[in-house]
Design a protein around this ligand. Structure first.
Ligand code: XMP
Length: 510
């Protein structure tokens, strides 16, 4: 990739957002931790320094060597990046009297035609910092100020080095994307050619070249990533791609057959493997959520291993890994991050894992995977599908799992999800599902007293699942759904709606 931007990450919560904005401009970019500046900078046409939770004045402040970059490649420092370029080049960064958070107006724009091209004087920008640049570095000229921050933007004369104290990547910096475009296109001369169609074309060609006539195995989950990865590979190598779609008995109602039919309709070479009994037998009597996950992970690997042996001479294992899974993160605390839930548990190394790995979506963000999917003509329903956890309904049945409980929850879930679709609410929700609680409650049906199960409906808004809020679904919808569940699903006499945000709650109940 010769038309590339490097984003050096100093640990800011907004680093991925910078990358997303750059990609939205149809320009390719990569994120690297500040302490891993690539040796070979020849592929990069511009560099952006991110913000950071550190202060440049602290002893452990990130301090990479930029001698191969500054003055040689167009460089933009954002927030910490701007302070870094000032502090280590003869300027002065000091604590500001007040922490400067939130909106400000950028005024007195001057001294550069290209960087602030078509930017309005007084435009709103977003600040989030507690240090301030009191004295500019050597060779710097001021480009703009705000009410509280005199040196809000500067550049170094004789270099394509720019620095801004505000965050152009956040939504509240109204013209932030245009500022990034000015820097990347007008100053660094990058081409806006990173489009889904271009990605498909170059990736398919690269996959053909890499894989040749070898056979590839891929596990489909029904989700967006594995589906897009499969269709891309299919375009490159056709029937040499062998897809395996496993029914773990914990999918949504009719999901296995429906999705299998869709995959076959797309022309994929897919084998459906119904291993429900193997999973449900292994889960019998287990209530602990982490144990459930481990068992499901292990049985999945066993089933997949058995199936992969049936594909003779397979050389490659394809995976739908996406960019947020592979970005190396900068540890702000210095320690490893806590494991909240064990999503992947691999014991030993099964044979299929000894294959070469191919990950065609490894450089894409989720929204880009969807755009690539659309360019491959995958239908909107599949691309807009809510996330669904790998262990499926197992982590939505609190307590032990039985076939009867799975059947009850499948019915409840289907009424809820189909209802969301019928009411035009499905696409307004990021994820939705139902949980079966391990408690019975008293009810009355006709003249009879009942003592039956309680289910929870949960619908959340989110962008990445890291934080989430419950969705304010219309009362009329909740009322109809609740009635329908209690009338149609034997064994359930109570429906509740979960109104907790994440944090402190999580999206799933286990
Ligand atoms: P939580 O419950 O942690 O969920 O707020 C965040 C997102 O992750 C999904 N999730 C899982 N996905 N295996 C998965 O593949 C798991 O064990 C698992 N646990 C939670 C959850 O559905 C939500 O989208």
């Amino acid at each position: 990739m010769q038309n590339n931007v490097l984003i050096l990450d100093f640990g800011s919560q907004y680093t991925q957002l910078i990358a997303r904005r750059v990609r939205e401009l149809n320009i390719f970019c990569e994120i690297k931790p500040y302490n891993k500046v690539p040796q070979d900078m020849s592929v990069y046409k511009a560099v952006i320094l991110s913000g950071s939770p550190f202060s440049v004045r602290s002893e452990d402040a990130p301090h990479p060597d930029l001698s191969q970059i500054k003055g040689k490649i167009p460089l933009l420092g954002v927030c910490y990046g701007a302070q870094y370029l000032a502090h280590f080049h003869g300027g002065l960064v000091a604590p500001s009297n007040t922490r400067e958070y939130g909106r400000a107006r950028l005024t007195n724009i001057k001294n550069d035609e290209r960087f602030f091209y078509e930017i309005t004087d007084g435009t709103q920008v977003w600040m989030s910092h507690s240090d301030t640049i009191q004295k500019l570095p050597e060779g710097a000229v001021i480009m703009a100020s705000t009410g509280d921050v005199e040196n809000a933007a500067y550049r170094i004369e004789g270099e394509d080095t720019y620095a801004i104290q505000f965050h152009p990547e956040v939504y509240h910096t109204t013209q932030g994307k245009l500022i990034l475009e000015n820097f990347l296109v007008h100053i660094a001369g990058l081409k806006q050619s990173w489009t889904p169609d271009a990605f498909v074309e170059t990736t398919v060609a690269a996959l053909k070249e890499k894989i040749g006539d070898d056979k590839v195995i891929l596990g489909l989950s029904g989700g967006v990533d594995s589906t897009v990865a499969a269709v891309l590979l299919h375009k490159a190598i056709g029937k040499h791609l062998h897809c395996i779609f496993v029914n773990n008995g914990l999918l949504r109602k009719n999901e296995f057959q429906d999705v299998l039919d869709q995959y076959q309709h797309m022309g994929l070479n897919v084998k459906g493997v119904d291993a429900s009994a193997r999973f449900l037998d292994a889960l019998a009597g287990v209530s602990d959520p982490e144990k459930k996950r481990k068992i499901i992970g292990k049985v999945f690997i066993d089933v997949f291993d058995d199936e992969s042996h049936l594909v003779e001479d397979a050389k490659w294992l394809a995976q739908g890994t996406i960019y947020p899974d592979v970005i190396e993160s900068v540890s702000v605390t210095g320690g490893p991050s806590a494991t909240i839930k064990s999503h992947h548990n691999v014991g030993g190394l099964p044979d299929f894992m000894k294959l070469n790995v191919v990950e065609p979506l490894k450089m894409l963000f989720k929204d880009e995977v969807r755009r690539v999917g659309a360019s491959l003509h995958i239908d909107d329903e599949r691309l807009g599908r809510h996330p669904f956890p790998g262990p499926g309904l197992a982590i939505r049945i609190l307590g032990d799992i039985t076939r009867e409980k799975v059947a009850i929850l499948q019915e409840v879930d289907a009424i809820f999800i189909n209802g969301l679709r019928e009411w035009g609410l499905y696409d307004k929700v990021w994820q939705a599902g139902a949980m079966l609680l391990p408690v019975n409650s008293v009810g009355v049906m006709g003249d009879e007293r009942t003592y039956e199960k309680c289910v929870v409906l949960r619908a959340v808004e989110s962008t990445d699942g890291m934080t989430a809020d419950w969705v304010d679904l219309p009362y009329a919808f909740l009322q109809k759904t609740s009635n329908s569940i209690i009338n149609k699903v034997p064994g359930v006499n109570r429906v509740v709606y979960d109104i907790s945000s994440k944090p402190p709650a999580t999206i799933e109940w286990e």
